[in-house]
Design a binder for this molecule. Structure first.
Ligand SMILES: [Zn+2]
Ligand SMILES: [Zn+2]
Length: 327
């Protein structure tokens, strides 16, 4: 029997005569962080070279003993932008993929580059019906066996617009509700973006909260309530206003991007962060940058100009994965 935790760093009782399904890094980090780990699942014992003294307690695996377990949170943006979005989050022992906007091969290989196996992902969660977020959900499910979490309206529109193929494991949620996967809560927040039923996410493992906030439409009221709670955030910083005005996009597309149902500019995102980010915010990763009307350098410069060096600012790439960003 194993009592799984519902928050980080608390004291739990576990019985150690069966291996726990925890990422190795969590157990290692736990021992290093607290120095109080009194037992480690047997399956990991031989690999934990950084733990000085585990043998005495681990060998006693017949009874329930106290144990500190800590889950770290890690985020890898596999890609972000109008050419495809896919963000990987490890939280509370769960592996989550947000959106399926890149090919199955790309998602699999970029996760593998960071030592992750896509078939181990517990949930594929879709934000909205646009192609750059939804197009490969059927492939991820059929090829890798991932259950799809999606709102009924998003799925219906995506199925009309995109050839998703046959889906056999769909778990519906309503926009604005919270998904609960064991100890992890995923809050979904409806957006005014021009999709049928778009949402953004806050992943909450009981100690940390990370926001995945792209395709926002405009800076709507709830964002000012959400930002102060976050320990880290992926935030849309789509375009530079001057570059957009001077781009070769047709006027109708420029208007759509600038509209209240389009995308946030660098300035929109930076002003929101300046106003609402709390001192506990550990990092910001700028996301969904436009290829034609933004550059990573310009986006970061705009944020630095408004925010100074209050926190590290990273930039998700349109064609490669970020390193794991940790909490
Ligand atoms: Zn998008
Ligand atoms: Zn969109």
């Amino acid at each position: 029997m194993v009592h799984l935790p519902n928050a980080l760093g608390l004291l739990y009782e576990i019985t150690v005569n069966e291996p726990l399904q925890l990422p190795l890094v969590s157990a290692t980090h736990c021992a290093a962080e607290f120095g109080q780990l009194t037992c480690i699942p047997k399956a990991y014992r031989d690999q934990l070279t950084t733990v000085a003294d585990t043998s005495s307690t681990v060998s006693d695996c017949s009874k329930t003993i106290p144990c500190i377990m800590l889950f770290t949170m890690e985020v890898i943006a596999l890609q972000s932008g109008s050419s495809g979005n896919c963000i990987y989050v490890e939280a509370g022992g769960k592996r989550l993929l947000f959106d399926a906007g890149i090919s199955g091969i790309q998602a699999e290989s970029r996760l593998a580059m960071h030592g992750r196996e896509i078939r181990d992902v517990d949930a594929l969660i879709i934000s909205h019906d646009h192609r750059d977020h939804a197009q490969s959900m059927g492939i991820y499910q059929r090829k890798f066996g991932l259950p799809i979490y999606v709102t009924p309206a998003t799925l219906a529109v995506a199925q009309r617009k995109i050839r998703l193929g046959k889906l056999h494991d769909v778990r519906h949620f309503e926009a604005g509700t919270t998904l609960v996967l064991d100890s992890v809560r995923i809050h979904t927040i409806p957006t005014p973006h021009d999709a049928a039923d778009g949402v953004v996410f806050v992943v909450d493992d009981g100690t940390h909260k990370v926001g995945i906030l792209t395709d926002l439409g405009h800076v709507f009221d709830e964002l000012d309530e959400i930002l102060p709670q976050l320990d880290a955030v992926f935030i849309e910083s789509n375009h530079d206003l001057e570059m957009l005005a001077g781009s070769f996009y047709p006027e109708s597309l420029k208007q759509r991007i600038r509209s209240s149902r389009g995308h946030l500019s660098n300035l929109d995102a930076a002003e929101l962060l300046r106003r609402a980010a709390s001192p506990k915010l550990k990092w910001v990763c700028l996301a969904h940058l436009s290829e034609e009307s933004n550059t990573p350098e310009l986006a970061i410069e705009t944020h630095r100009r408004l925010l100074g060096d209050r926190f590290p600012v990273y930039c998700a790439s349109r064609d490669s994965a970020t390193p794991p960003l940790k909490l």
